[in-house]
Design a binder for this molecule. Structure first.
Ligand SMILES: Cc1cc2nc3c(=O)[nH]c(=O)nc-3n(C[C@H](O)[C@H](O)[C@H](O)COP(=O)(O)OP(=O)(O)OC[C@H]3O[C@@H](n4cnc5c(N)ncnc54)[C@H](O)[C@@H]3O)c2cc1C
Ligand code: FES
Length: 443
């Protein structure tokens, strides 16, 4: 069969181009360079992407929250997710950028006489193990069980690191998807199971010794050992600090009442969910991302919500006045009451008292007034702290040469406004690489 007749047949098919069967063929010239086409093969959603003369077929949905990759961007040999900007390699399907952790599938593409056919799904290859190098540390200890620590541990194993790998987390649960804690899980639309980044068996299977409730009190750099508050200690050849950030604490009378909550960990979110079941009126202190997400989630649970903040327009500093006003109206449309340009004077068992003297009934109070980088360990250990150009960024980083001899790396979260899980994951994914070094200075 000649070139033209094949092409003619392909082009003569009814224009089901919104979701074509890619096994039936697509004319190469109909897919422009840099173009993407979503279709299906054997019941699976597949994305076709053209880069110059090459055409790739990969899974059409992002492995993070399922966004349609066809709406994303092709950048080099990667496709960027339109929702939270994960990047997948077109050649291997590998998740190259956070927040996606898992790869997308790849299909074999065949080109015949100007027609592209998507054939069978390719088996994932685990890759060839890199040769064992003598300068690789025998043991790595990661302090931090957040997105960054988790990504670092995963990437070390994925890249073939076979030494002892320990992750020490002060949290009582495994690494979790913190963004879910103030949104789907708190609103009641996402299950508790959706919170963990990986099931606990994942770490066991990969030889990652994950220790929970394991708070490090001290790094003894001269002995290369970390000491935990419970008295135990862990020696290391290389140490990665990924201690992230912790909530800024409110300093007014009454903050220690049990109905006053912060939201950082899965345990915090579970406690809030439990409390929300019996709450009638909540006061949320802080009108930035977490405060407003909590407000929206509590409204979804039919709790009356008042938001108190010193700002005149919520999130103006981050989003500008116009978007901030829009955000305010959106929340008001859902019943949130704002008390702006004011602060909290005190909290008691029934009320929150504002600076003006006004009293708001509250059987639940949530404080969301920003985060501060968890730098205490690095500071106590005498590590150099790079606070970044804006003075608000956090990372600390001591470079004593290459990772293989580089003993300390810190990828602590950044200060208010700069924290981002993608950065956290990005830092974690490149421990010891130059990219990692750059990130850790600017995370
Ligand atoms: C409720 C909530 C919602 C969010 N939503 C969004 C969002 O929608 N979009 C967005 O971009 N970002 C969001 N973020 C921010 C995002 O979650 C963070 O950027 C990300 O979690 C940072 O990851 P990390 O690993 O650097 O630090 P963290 O997640 O803070 O993890 C730090 C880890 O270090 C551990 N640790 C700290 N000190 C010690 C110690 N001394 N010993 C042992 N372990 C220690 C902690 O226990 C923790 O396990 C949200 C955060 C929260 C809390
Ligand atoms: S859905 Fe793709 S990065 Fe979140």
């Amino acid at each position: 069969m000649g070139t033209y007749s094949l092409l003619d047949q392909v082009r003569a098919k009814p224009a089901s181009s919104s979701n074509p069967d890619l096994a039936q063929g697509v004319a190469f010239d109909d897919l422009e360079d840099g173009g993407m086409l979503a279709g299906h093969v054997g019941g699976k959603a597949v994305l076709l992407a053209r880069r110059g003369d090459e055409v790739f077929a990969i899974g059409a949905a992002c492995t993070h929250y399922g966004a349609p990759l066809k709406d994303g961007l092709l950048v080099g040999n990667t496709v960027r997710c339109p929702w939270h900007h994960a990047a997948f390699c077109l050649r291997t399907g590998e998740a190259l950028r956070a927040p996606a952790l898992n790869p997308v599938s790849c299909w074999r593409v065949e080109r015949q006489h100007g027609v592209i056919y998507v054939r069978e799904k390719l088996e994932r290859t685990t890759g060839t193990q890199p040769p064992v190098r003598s300068d690789v540390p025998k043991s790595v200890v990661i302090v931090g069980g957040g997105a960054a620590g988790n990504a670092a541990a995963e990437m070390l194993r994925r890249e073939g690191y076979s030494g002892r790998l320990t992750m020490l987390s002060a949290d009582e649960s495994g690494p979790c998807d913190r963004p879910n804690l103030s949104k789907g899980f708190l609103a009641g639309t996402a299950s508790d199971a959706s919170n963990l980044l990986r099931p606990l068996e994942f770490y066991e299977h990969r030889g990652i010794d994950l220790k929970l409730n394991a708070r490090v009190a001290l790094i003894d750099r001269s002995a290369s050992v970390v000491h935990l508050v419970d008295g135990s200690s862990y020696p290391y050849d290389a140490l990665l600090l990924a201690t992230g950030a912790e909530p800024v604490r409110l300093d007014v009378p009454g903050v220690d009442f049990p109905h006053v909550h912060y939201l950082r960990t899965l345990a915090d979110s579970r406690a809030l969910v439990a409390k929300a079941h019996s709450s009638r009126q909540a006061v949320v202190i802080g009108a930035s991302f977490i405060g407003l997400e909590v407000a929206a989630s509590l409204r979804a649970r039919d709790v009356e919500v008042h938001v108190v903040a010193p700002d005149s327009i919520p999130m103006e500093r981050v989003l500008g006045a116009e978007v901030g006003t829009f955000v305010r109206r959106l929340h008001e449309g859902h019943g949130v009451v704002f008390h702006l340009e004011t602060t909290v004077r005190s909290i008691d068992e029934q009320c929150v008292t504002l600076a003006s003297g006004a009293r708001l009934n509250a059987d639940l109070v949530v404080v969301g007034i920003g985060v501060t980088p968890a730098l205490a360990l690095a500071e106590k250990a005498g590590l150099a702290i790079d606070r970044g150009r804006r003075g608000g960024c956090v990372p600390a980083n001591e470079r004593t040469g290459h990772f293989r001899s580089r003993r300390y790396r810190a990828v602590a979260g950044s200060a208010h406004g700069g924290e981002h899980p993608r950065r956290a994951l990005g830092c974690g994914r490149t421990p010891g690489s130059d990219r990692g070094a750059r990130h850790s200075r600017t995370a």
